[in-house]
Write a protein that binds this ligand. Sequence first.
Ligand SMILES: CNc1ncnc2c1ncn2[C@@H]1O[C@H](COP(=O)(O)OP(=O)(O)OP(=O)(O)O)[C@@H](O)[C@H]1O
Length: 169
Amino acid sequence: MIEATLCFPLRGDVEGDAKEVLLIEKRRGLGQGWYNGPGGKLEADETPRECAVRETREEVDLAVDPDDLERAAELTFVLDGETHTFCHVYVTETFEGQPRESPEARPEWVAIEEVPYDRMWEDDRLWLPGVLEGRTVRGEFAFEGGRPLDEAEFVGHDLEWDVPLSEEF
Ligand SMILES: CNc1ncnc2c1ncn2[C@@H]1O[C@H](COP(=O)(O)OP(=O)(O)OP(=O)(O)O)[C@@H](O)[C@H]1O
């Protein structure tokens, strides 16, 4: 099983500014060509928070503080009945620097009403809108049809909203 993270930096929402989220257009690997948040797989001896900080730095050159990351979701992606990936999702309203393009990702600030769900993983439209409104969610998403996951068919899901997420991460 893969353990992975996603980190969604947020800005705006003051004095009438639209609230925006930093998305990336993924340029290679799983989900290539689709929008997502910065994130990726945990490396050895790394905590999920450390992973989210490292991936956000590597992919878009934004500095986020591990202590400022707010836990937003725990997502389990099941492929053909077996857990493929467990993903820790964080949001943060504090960060330093300007997002910069990298070989892995092209960053883009997007108003939360304009998130391009038609260009994202199919499950994102089910959980990301609530997360961007500040809710927490635990979700399980089932895919079928063999690897790679981004070519499998999305067949079902189960969501629990406003749950306390595990304190460990
Ligand atoms: C199935 N529905 C899904 N919905 C939303 N997000 C999903 C996802 N499935 C995987 N993800 C995320 O996608 C990233 C993969 O990225 P990542 O591990 O970097 O993959 P990639 O193949 O590029 O790996 P390397 O660059 O070789 O490490 C990682 O954040 C992971 O949480």
